[in-house]
Design a protein around this ligand. Structure first.
Ligand SMILES: Nc1ncnc2c1ncn2[C@@H]1O[C@H](COP(=O)(O)OP(=O)(O)OP(=O)(O)O)[C@@H](O)[C@H]1O
Ligand SMILES: [Mg+2]
Length: 320
């Protein structure tokens, strides 16, 4: 059974209306996304900046209410649970944020940052201190880090503190919102290795968000590719990289930097060179229509649903 299941979720952000503005009063950041994370597995969620990844993350951890659709955790529909009803489950779903600098309180020591989620669950002082000492070691830091403030840590150390804090309540699911994007390449690799070993040790399930397909490749069992609020393609990780089908996935793969000249691809193979204004409202049809080389009249006015084209391989396109 899936530990996390998101069913046809939508998020509209209300926009402030100025005196002279007209037209739509909201931005649809997430437009009917369904996905699931199996127990002990990792789903990679990839897409470019602004496609709605963090909005998805916030709806899953109930920092934001969806406009419609449902979120199920371990079979329970948590979408409309009040804070009191959700509290016992909150410790099971934790998040590691994109930017550890802004997500860790600058005036709290590492000790207090990691202990904070434990206070919510009324853990005794001594028990909390022991738990924090254990957690810093688990994430590859040591007791000397406990008295430091976030600005006295390196970026990699800060992200390790974010991970320790997320682990404090012994969660089952971690939503990792671009956990390594702000780090240099070698630190990225170290933090990814840490996440992999923690997953093995504690049988954690991960929703791993990234804007780069390279980052999620080795850590994910399955990958979902998101574009302008919709899932374009979803498959087992190996299958997606070997046999990408959606033109947007192909574009993302071609955009991955490669040192090997022969592997560098011409992005224009997958995308219209001139992005002329077609006069179409992209919210009515396929969000990729204005860039797609195979665009057909239908693509402008109806949205393709995710369709299974091979076992476990789903694509959102009328013509694949
Ligand atoms: N509070 C908000 N009010 C209005 N619009 C918002 C709000 N938060 C996000 N948006 C808009 O919703 C869309 C999705 O934003 P989101 O932060 O989910 O993207 P993202 O995929 O996480 O991007 P990034 O990779 O840059 O973190 C964007 O167009 C963004 O401008
Ligand atoms: Mg984001």
């Amino acid at each position: 059974m899936a530990l996390l299941k998101v069913d046809n979720i939508v998020k509209d952000y209300q926009m402030q209306q100025g005196v002279f503005s007209s037209g739509r009063k909201y931005i649809r950041a997430v437009d009917g996304v369904s996905l699931s994370v199996e127990a002990g597995k990792t789903l990679g969620l990839v897409g470019e900046s602004g496609c709605g990844k963090s909005t998805m993350a916030k709806m899953i951890i109930k920092l934001l209410d969806p406009s419609s659709g449902d979120v199920f955790f371990a079979g329970n529909n948590i979408t409309n649970l009040a804070e009191k009803e959700f509290r016992p489950l909150r410790q099971k779903i934790q998040i590691v944020f994109q930017d550890p600098y802004s997500s860790l309180s600058p005036r709290l020591t590492v000790q207090n940052i990691i202990a904070e989620p434990l206070q919510v669950f009324k853990t005794g002082k001594k028990e909390a201190e022991e738990r924090v000492r254990d957690l810093v070691v688990q994430v590859g830091l040591n007791e000397r880090h406990l008295e430091r403030l976030p600005h006295q840590l390196s970026g990699g150390e800060r992200q390790r503190v974010g991970i320790a804090r997320a682990l404090a309540t012994s969660p089952e699911l971690l939503v990792l919102d671009e956990p390594v994007s702000s780090l240099d390449l070698s630190t990225q690799a170290q933090v990814l290795n840490l996440l992999t070993s923690l997953q093995d040790k504690y049988k954690l399930s991960y929703l791993f968000i990234a804007h780069n397909l390279n980052v999620v490749r080795y850590i994910s069992d399955r990958v979902a590719v998101m574009y302008r609020g919709r899932i374009m393609e979803q498959a087992e990780s190996e299958e997606l990289y070997k046999n990408p089908r959606h033109p947007y996935t192909k574009l993302l793969l071609a955009s991955m930097p490669s040192l090997d000249r022969s592997l560098r691809q011409d992005k224009n193979k997958y995308i219209k060179k001139d992005k002329e204004d077609t006069g179409h409202d992209l919210s009515l049809g396929c969000p990729f229509a204005n860039k797609c080389l195979q665009v057909q009249p239908q693509c402008w006015n109806s949205k393709p649903e995710l369709r299974e084209i091979a076992p476990g391989h789903r694509v959102s396109c009328f013509y694949l």
